[in-house]
Design a protein around this ligand. Sequence first.
Ligand code: TYC
Length: 102
Amino acid sequence: EDDEGGSPSLALKTRPKTKRPPMYKVLLLNDDYTPMEFVVHVLERFFHMSHAQAFEIMLTVHKKGLAVVGVFSHEIAETKVTQVMDFARRHQHPLQCTMEKE
Ligand code: TYC
């Protein structure tokens, strides 16, 4: 009889190496001082959300403490975090934006 051969344990563990790059969640954190309208503006300006989308996400952050505002490559996520943190600092708001591996 023919035997296709090969170890099943090895066959199951072996896969083509098409490793996707890791993706990063960008998170916006709530605080007691940043004006709601400022957060909405940040989401429109840096995350290209409509006013309605931006308002909805802002309210989620306000109520739940944080929300994911987007998922990006490491480089793009870092750029977004830097842009938001610089913009908030320039306007003297304590708004915090961070990233974490998905
Ligand atoms: N909690 C803020 C307020 O009541 C609004 C706010 C929303 C701040 C989202 C930060 O990421 C934030 N003015």
